[in-house]
Design a protein around this ligand. Sequence first.
Ligand SMILES: C[S@@+](CC[C@H](N)C(=O)[O-])C[C@H]1O[C@@H](n2cnc3c(N)ncnc32)[C@H](O)[C@@H]1O
Length: 190
Amino acid sequence: MSIRRFAVALAIALAVIGAASVAYAQTQPAAQLRTPDVIFVPTPPEVVAAMLNAVKLTKNDVLYDLGCGDGRIVITAAKEYGTRGVGIDIDPQRIKEANENAVQAGVTDKVTFLLQDLFESDFHEATVVSLYLLPSLNLKLRPKLLKELKPGTRIVSHAFDMGDWPPEQTIDVDGRTVYMWTVPKAGGTK
Ligand SMILES: C[S@@+](CC[C@H](N)C(=O)[O-])C[C@H]1O[C@@H](n2cnc3c(N)ncnc32)[C@H](O)[C@@H]1O
């Protein structure tokens, strides 16, 4: 074999190996970043509806669900209100489910799901943030919410409050509680 033929054969072999490696990587689940701070417990549909209603969601909002689970809050917002949404979850299985659910709901043009630690994520573009975490996680997250979100951004939480930051609204939905706050102007923060 001439050197030229050998070089062409080598280039083809490397291209085939490269393509096979990419295909293999795409079939593998993404590595978990670290253990979730709270397990996945989905918010029931009627509570999702009450949360989106509490913040008076519009199609001009940008909704971030921090710890998005199977994506139901941002998917419902996209379907019912036409709102763009981003879901963040630390568990690759949840992100996989959320992406599948978005395809099924026909809203992949409106929603994005990111495999990230919510405490490390950049959510400053949000105009609405939804949470269903734990009391301790809400308190841990509160300084980041108040520092990074624009004044006027609405925060809605299923089940858990923000300690001594009193909610603007508290709604009972069949025995479950929804809390809502608005990020104040700088200087008025907790
Ligand atoms: C109680 S579930 C709520 C799911 C969804 N927001 C809902 O209301 O249906 C909490 C979610 O937070 C995720 N989670 C826990 N710790 C996290 C972290 N540090 N960063 C991102 N997601 C996290 C879990 O994987 C889980 O899916």
